[in-house]
Design a protein around this ligand. Structure first.
Ligand code: FES
Length: 236
């Protein structure tokens, strides 16, 4: 494979044109090229007008979530040869989010939903002299919850998120469960008040797209099931 066709959705609101697809030939110049390497090659050598986000190149910052051949992923940690089909990648912005330009989406609403669930430690008891301690077993409960990088791949793959603009979405719900499960946190009740709502945990219909889409291998659906169980236990 000497080259791959990148078919990219282009959109510039300033042009007044509807979105359209544009083909670019990306040369495979080294083994293990990532999709981000291909996008950089296009922007740096062929078309400097192409807009996309990236920063760390290490799967840490979460800025480069996009949709490739129908699946959400991070461009910086996905090899071209893992996803190429018939010599082509069809590349689009994350679905279900407002489009800003080309592959750049507006994350304002997504992040606002994250802040709604109070994603920080809430404490009521007096501060101890040193840090609030946690046993190894208590710390272990947070594995699979704290690693979210807020790339929006999960929420933007969820049909419930597309259909209900008020739905908090799998990312915010995974992140709130991370704090409810934290042995040092004392804010579960006020968080559960927010979550006991048709636009919060009850909007999840266990479609599982979020699990498939998460580039960090996390399981938001399991976290949401934990929230639902906590809500039922609280009520009865
Ligand atoms: Fe930071 Fe991909 S560029 S996660």
């Amino acid at each position: 494979m000497d080259s791959v066709t990148f078919t990219i959705l282009r959109y510039d609101p300033a042009s007044g044109k509807e979105p359209y697809y544009q083909d670019y030939q990306v040369q495979i110049t080294k083994p293990g090229m990532m999709i981000l390497d291909g996008l950089n090659q296009i922007r740096w050598e062929q078309d400097g007008t192409l807009a996309y986000r990236r920063s760390c190149r290490e799967g840490v910052c979460g800025s480069d979530g996009i949709n490739v051949n129908g699946a959400n992923m991070l461009t910086c940690v996905t090899h071209i040869d893992e996803v190429v089909k018939n010599g082509r990648l069809v590349i689009q912005p994350l679905p279900g989010l407002p489009l800003v330009k080309d592959l750049v989406v507006d994350l304002e609403d997504f992040l606002q939903k994250y802040f709604t669930v109070k994603p920080y430690l809430i404490t009521r008891t007096p501060d101890p002299d040193k840090e609030r301690l946690q046993s190894p077993a208590e710390r272990k409960k947070l594995d699979g919850l704290y690693e979210c990088i807020l790339c929006a791949c999960c929420s933007s793959s969820c049909p419930s998120y597309w259909a209900d603009p008020r739905y908090l979405g799998p990312s915010a719900l995974l992140n709130v469960w991370r704090f409810i499960e934290d042995s040092r946190d004392e804010g579960a009740d006020e968080r559960l008040d927010i979550l006991d709502d048709h636009h919060a945990s009850w909007r999840c219909h266990t479609i599982l797209n979020c699990v498939e889409a998460c580039p960090k291998g996390l399981n938001p659906t399991k976290a949401i099931a934990g929230i639902k169980k906590a809500l039922v236990n609280r009520r009865f």
